[in-house]
Design a protein around this ligand. Structure first.
Ligand code: GDP
Ligand code: MG
Length: 264
């Protein structure tokens, strides 16, 4: 590829998978499932937790922001509320991120993936300077893919679906990294409706119109914007609870990493 990938020592592995999504979409549960899947499938994974405020993690993390930054102390020291505390903790960690990168670089030959969990509130990572610094540090060293976790049952209404997709779209354009939509919780609701809406924007527009509580020209126009967005991503259905869709997910990550190597 061109650009960063042209740097002579740029390697194809490990692939960095940054897991983002709305609060409650199932990021942490999904991370746990990914970690179990790597263990069962002899995939060599490395696990990173970037949520300073998580109390207990259901998986073991190789690199944990909580080992470096004490979130409660940061809140006290800087007189901050919960979100300010998380953001400041992330800022403090970002200043040392070159050390994190060199730890991964040293182990690069023994790693297939680095799985990264992010803070519960999505914008703390996706709209902060430190989130951008961390993402950029990864992407300039390793192929990096964003996994956007969607709460499928909660996205069944056309307008909610559109809001969620617009957010994912903003992340794609902000990071310029390959993006995989992981439609989670398919044990509760299948993601077939989403695939149909993404496949054919007229089907989606019809669904918006049928939703009598909300119908507007804006939604019609935005569905055209999203149609363009959908061409630039991959989507899979998964269940963090049952483990459905794990193979599909890793296939999508691999294809995205290939795309990264060609494009970036
Ligand atoms: P996060 O805030 O994005 O990290 O979300 P969590 O991993 O904490 O999950 C939020 C809630 O969704 C929890 O109650 C999980 O048990 C539930 N959840 C996560 N993934 C799934 C799934 O695949 N199926 C079902 N039924 N529930 C899920
Ligand atoms: Mg979480």
């Amino acid at each position: 590829g061109s650009g960063q990938a042209a740097v002579s020592n740029f390697k194809r592995k490990p692939v960095i998978v940054i897991v983002v999504g709305m609060a409650g979409s199932g990021k942490t549960t999904f991370m746990h499932r990914l970690v179990s899947h790597t263990h069962e499938s002899n995939i060599r994974g490395y696990v990173m937790n970037l949520d300073p405020a998580v109390m207990t993690l259901p998986f073991g993390a190789n690199i944990d922001i909580r080992d470096t930054v004490r979130y409660k102390e940061v809140m006290k020291q800087f007189n901050l509320g919960p979100n300010g505390g998380i953001l400041t903790s992330l800022n403090l960690f970002a200043t040392k991120f070159d050390e994190v990168i060199s730890v991964i670089e040293k182990r690069a030959d023994q790693l297939d993936y680095v799985l990264v969990d992010t803070p519960g509130q999505i914008e703390i990572f996706t709209w902060s300077a430190s989130g951008a610094i961390i993402t950029e540090a990864f992407a300039s060293t390793f192929p990096t893919v964003i996994a956007y976790v969607v709460d499928t049952p909660r996205s069944a209404s056309p307008v909610t679906f559109m809001s969620n997709m617009l957010y994912a779209c903003s992340i794609l354009y902000k990071t310029r990294l390959p993006l995989v939509l992981a439609f989670n919780k398919i044990d509760v609701a299948q993601h077939q409706f989403a695939l149909e809406w993404m496949e054919d924007f007229e089907t989606f527009q019809a669904a918006v119109n049928a939703d009598s509580s909300y119908s507007s020209n804006l939604a019609q126009s935005l569905s055209l914007v999203l149609d363009e967005f959908y061409k630039n991503l991959r989507s899979v259905g998964v269940s963090a609870v049952t483990g459905a869709g794990m193979k599909d997910f890793f296939n999508a990550i691999e294809a995205s990493a290939d795309e990264y190597m060609e494009t970036y």
